[in-house]
Structures are given as C-alpha cells and as structure tokens.
Design a protein around this ligand. Structure first.
Ligand SMILES: Nc1ncnc2c1ncn2[C@@H]1O[C@H](COP(=O)(O)OP(=O)(O)O)[C@@H](O)[C@H]1O
Ligand SMILES: [Mg+2]
Length: 343
C-alpha cells in the first residue's frame, strides 16, 4: 500500500544563505509513515522533531529533499491543501466558541453543510467522551479536557494524517499517562494514521507501531518498540533509552546493560555468580521504595565505564560493601566499535 507520508532526504536549514552558516535542524531525513500506524518521532529537545512535523504539515518548506503525501509530491503544496489534522502542546482553542463550534471549525472552513458539521462535531466530541459538554466554552474545562477537544477538532476533519506535537506535555504526570491510553484508543478506533512528536521515551514505547529516534536532525534508529528497546543501535540511542551502563567487560567490545539487568551479590552469594562477574565495591545507595539505586565500582578499573548504576531489589547494601557484579550475558547489548563522526 502507498505510504501516507514519505520524506525523501529532507533537510531544513534555518537562516541558510546559499550554503553559508545557518542551523541544520533536519538533515537528509528519510521517513515512511504507513497507513493506520502510530509513528513517533523521539529525541531530545532541539533534535528537529517540530521542524519535521511543520514540514509535513506544509508550514515550513524543506531546504532540500521531497515530501510525498499518499504517493504524490506535495513538497510545494500549501498547508490548507493538505488534508492534515494537528494537535499542539498548547490547546489553541477559540475561547469565545462552544466546544461544538470549536470542533466543527475545520469542517466549516471546508464548506461542509451545517447539519453535517454539527453531526460530525458531536460524533468527534463523543469519541473523546465530551459530548455532554458540547455547549460549554473552553475556559470551563480542565487542561486534560481542553486537550481532548483539540484532539476531537483535529479528528473531525477526517485527516489523512494526524500530527501531534508533544500534545501531553502540559498535563501533570498522572493525567499524561491516562491521556496516552486515550490517544491510543482514539487512534485505534478511528484507524487514523498518526505521527506524534515526543521527548518522552515511555510515551514513545507505549504508543508506537514505529518509533523514529532523532539526534541533531539525523535519524539514529527506527523500528518497533519491541525491536528497538532491547537492541539500541548505538550509544546515543542506548543512553536515551536509559541504558546507563557502558562497562568494559573482558573479552567484549563496547557493550551496554540496563540498571535493572545487573545483579549485585554480597556475602556468600558472591561465589555463585556463574555468568560474567566482576569484583566491585558499593558506592552511593539511593533508596527509591521498591528498589535501591546502587552505584558499584569495578575494583581496579578507572574511567567512565568503571562505575555501574544498578537497580537493586533490596535495601541490604551499604557504601564500602564488597560485591560481585554479575552481568548476565543475555542482557549485554553489543554496540558498534567506534562511532565514526563525520562533518
Ligand atoms: N524559527 C527558527 N529559527 C532558527 N532556528 C530554529 C527555528 N526553529 C527551530 N530552530 C532550531 O532548529 C533546531 C531544531 O528545532 P526543533 O525542530 O524545534 O526541535 P525539537 O522540536 O526537537 O525540540 C534547534 O537547534 C532549534 O534551535
Ligand atoms: Mg519541538
């Protein structure tokens, strides 16, 4: 099937003056967004996520490269001629309009008949559980409800792709997790193709069919969460996904291991590590409730790889304790030997 969105070596340089200077926000990005899928663009602040989304929406032109929408070159198509729905971090609702009118707005500008506007606005509000508040104004709603209205408004036009730029990041932590589920439900129920921008790896892992990890405008890795999470392609992705440890293990090239996969054995148990075990000494211990975060230094080692961060399931270790650091082989992830940096 033809992908809904394709980026073909798309770059955007802000302040470019014929190749001199400027900020490269997006660099030769190739991206394919498939029908009905949830794609996330994940990366730290400033890596080019919003710039990529604005180019897909048509608010910003690529400096080079092509954008295809449903197989047709749309690189120069203005935003109003692209059938795209957008949701931003700020809800951007019209304060003087009722929710029904807010949600129907995009349909009215598309010259849909007024009964049909009303019907589809109510249907979209129903989808996000707010049909009973259709006559209210945005100021009478909570932040989470306002963001649901913004989502209903974007969905009401039946866009060929729904673009979401950090839509949940203004909400408090608990509501954010709840809204994540809701967003996924709406996307699954409508069958809409969605592209969501986030800097939150948990959000990306939970929502994505495909996650695309960006760093300084470049693609670092893409794939399903189940492919990417256990096998980060390089150190950047590993660090971003919370692989805190980059130990030097005898007989191995560069490896990484998650804090929850290292085991610390103390007392008698030190002898029975079985797998790769290194002698170490406990440093700082931070009590976190269900775990302790323990720093363990490999005896005789130096440098950044010599201290491991370990999620230890009990509060039985104290600074200075001798431990055996067990690194289960199946959890050691090999990384590329030396990352070549160009440019
Ligand atoms: N309007 C602009 N003018 C100049 N530079 C910009 C502009 N918008 C973004 N940038 C720069 O482009 C890079 C990518 O920005 P952005 O796409 O907003 O990142 P993200 O959304 O991932 O945080 C950053 O270095 C940012 O400073
Ligand atoms: Mg952004």
């Amino acid at each position: 099937m033809t992908p809904v969105v394709e980026l073909d070596r798309v770059s955007h340089i802000f302040g470019d003056r014929g190749g001199k200077g400027g900020t490269t926000a997006v660099a030769e990005l190739d991206l394919t967004v498939r029908q009905g899928e949830f794609t996330t663009l994940l990366g730290p602040s400033g890596c080019g996520k919003t710039t990529t989304l604005r180019m897909i929406a048509g608010f910003l032109q690529p400096t080079s490269g092509r954008i295809l929408l449903e197989g047709v070159d749309a690189t120069r198509t203005p935003p109003e001629k692209r059938n795209i729905g957008m949701v931003f971090q700020s809800y951007a609702l019209f304060p003087h309009m009722t929710l029904r009118d807010n949600v129907g707005y995009g349909l009215r500008t598309r010259k849909v008949a007024s009964d049909e506007v009303r019907r589809r606005a109510e249907e979209a509000l129903d989808l996000v559980g707010l049909a009973h508040l259709a006559d209210r104004k945005p100021a009478e709603l909570s932040g989470g409800q306002q963001q649901r209205v913004a989502l209903a408004r974007a969905v009401a036009i039946r866009p060929s792709v729904l673009l979401l730029d950090e839509p949940l990041s203004n909400l408090d932590a608990q509501l954010r997790v709840q809204m994540r589920r809701e967003l996924l439900r709406v996307q699954r129920e409508t069958g809409l193709t969605a592209v969501l921008v986030t800097h939150d790896q948990d959000e990306a892992l939970e929502l994505s069919d495909t996650m695309v990890i960006l760093n300084e405008g470049r693609l670092e890795q893409q794939g399903s969460p189940r492919d990417v999470f256990p096998r980060p392609a390089n150190r950047f992705v590993a660090e971003f996904l919370g692989y805190d440890n980059f130990p030097e293990v005898p007989g191995h090239g560069p490896v990484t291991v998650r804090p929850e996969h290292v085991r610390l054995l103390s007392g008698e148990a030190r002898e029975e590590s079985g797998e790769t075990g290194l002698d170490g000494t406990v440093g700082e211990v931070t009590f976190q409730g269900s775990n302790c975060l323990v720093e363990a230094a490999i005896n005789g080692a130096e440098g950044p790889g010599s201290v491991l961060r370990v999620l230890h399931p009990s509060d039985d270790l104290r600074p200075g304790d001798p431990v055996r650091i067990a690194l289960p082989h199946r959890h050691l992830v090999e990384l590329p030997a030396r990352e070549v940096t160009t440019g």
